[in-house]
Design a protein around this ligand. Structure first.
Ligand SMILES: Cc1cc2nc3c(=O)[nH]c(=O)nc-3n(C[C@H](O)[C@H](O)[C@H](O)COP(=O)(O)OP(=O)(O)OC[C@H]3O[C@@H](n4cnc5c(N)ncnc54)[C@H](O)[C@@H]3O)c2cc1C
Length: 382
């Protein structure tokens, strides 16, 4: 779709190539991707192939081993990954943003290139069994010990937690929440894979930190600056979520239309029923609205504007659009879509996860409501 991003001819040409490349990659690896998802395995070789093509390192400058692209390119990659059922690079890109915004020269030199190529996998150890939407109940701790820190805590729902070489850990210190980059081979780090219904190609894990000793050079951002480091990535995270959701919605709609164009009920193709056409029109309209909002946010980021509200709006719209497309896909495919062999269940489960992970739809709505209420002219409500 990319209604605004395609206005730039050079970018439109890049989008065309990227879309074709990721389409071909998805088709070529379909069997392996389906098997990995069912077996709950991380398809590292396919992930690294994405890295070798530059798709895991869009934000990293070329001199640091990345592709040197930008946020607009990142959203295109995310949408095409969702659309072609590929393994997501969202976590890698969030890692890049953390490192680019807060990393020391040594941290950047050590991690950015390998994360961008897929040689090293990044993960985010933030959520805990008693803490997700809000940081307030964070129990994990970071305790100063001479020049080092001792990290303790139980992190959960961590995408790629058991597959990553480096993770970002958030823990409470007397001066507030602080973040650290932790090499997962360090003594005291252990993981246990968990069985989420969706995004299974980047399977989740519990990550346990049991007296993990790290040097102060592992700290990322200031002591007590955890909220700041977290907030600097959330726009990127929401844009990635929104784009994958749009991609999932497009995939569901495309599967449904292909089926409906050939399936005859009585003497009529399914896509000839007006009731079906209206549902398709609604889903497409919703996907187009989400794409417009997402493109607008990506371009505003490129201009250096504050995009917190724009990205939240994009994710909110993308959830609705993907759900509408999903419902219609299930309607149009009838009984055919309701078997495990159909890709629709996997798409639907990925969608359910993206409604929660990276900030739930309730949190998106809270943020939008707060922004409207604190605006003095109540813009948009008059
Ligand atoms: C598959 C998967 C992958 C994930 N990946 C990661 C990862 O890689 N790293 C990581 O650290 N975390 C990850 N998460 C965790 C995810 O970010 C949290 O699940 C999410 O933030 C919600 O937190 P919670 O599950 O604790 O729900 P809670 O915070 O307990 O919320 C429960 C419900 O209450 C709603 N709610 C909460 N606060 C409010 C409010 N103020 N107003 C209205 N409703 C509210 C929520 O929307 C939700 O519906 C992942 C989760 C899943 C399921």
């Amino acid at each position: 779709m990319y209604p605004l991003l395609k206005v730039d001819a050079a970018r439109a040409a890049w989008i065309e190539v990227t879309s074709k490349t990721l389409h071909e990659l998805g088709d070529r690896h379909r069997t392996a991707l389906v098997e990995a998802s069912q077996a709950l395995e991380f398809p590292r070789a396919i992930y690294q192939e994405l890295g070798s093509l530059g798709y895991l390192g869009p934000l990293v400058p070329t001199e640091l081993g990345g592709s040197g692209w930008g946020v607009p390119e990142y959203v295109v990659i995310s949408e095409e990954v969702g659309r072609h059922g590929l393994v997501s690079g969202q976590i890698a890109v969030q890692g890049q943003k953390w490192l680019l915004d807060w990393g020391t020269d040594e941290q950047k030199a050590q991690w950015l290139g390998p994360i961008a190529s897929g040689e090293k996998v990044f993960s985010e150890s933030i959520s805990e069994p008693t803490m997700g939407s809000s940081f307030k109940n964070m129990k994990a701790t970071a305790t100063r010990d001479g020049d080092d820190w001792i990290l303790n805590g139980h992190k959960t729902h961590v995408n790629l937690g058991a597959d990553s070489e480096v993770t970002i850990f958030y823990g409470v210190t007397p001066d507030g929440i602080t973040s650290f980059l932790v090499d997962t081979s360090f003594a005291g780090v252990s993981t246990k894979v968990t069985d989420a219904i969706g995004l299974r190609l980047i399977r989740t894990a519990d990550v346990i930190f049991d007296n993990v000793r790290v040097s102060d050079a592992s700290r990322i951002g200031p002591v007590g600056g955890g909220l700041e480091t977290f907030l600097s990535t959330f726009n990127i995270s929401r844009l990635g979520n929104a784009s994958e959701l749009i991609g999932l919605g497009r995939r569901a709609l495309e599967i449904a239309i292909n089926y409906g164009n050939t399936r005859i009920v009585g003497t009529t193709h399914v896509t000839e029923f007006q009731g079906i056409q209206w549902m398709m029109a609604d889903a497409w309209t919703s996907l187009q609205s989400a794409s417009l909002a997402r493109d607008q946010a990506a371009l505003a980021h490129e201009r250096g504007e504050d995009i917190a509200l724009a990205t939240t709006l994009a994710k909110r719209l993308a959830i609705t659009a993907a759900e509408l497309a999903m419902d219609i896909a299930f309607s149009m495919t009838g009984g055919e879509g309701l078997y495990h062999e159909s890709p629709l269940l996997e798409i639907s489960n990925d969608l359910r996860v993206l409604k929660v992970a990276g900030g739930s739809q309730e949190i998106m709505r809270n943020y939008i409501a707060r922004s409207i209420l604190k605006s003095t002219d109540h813009e948009g409500l008059a």
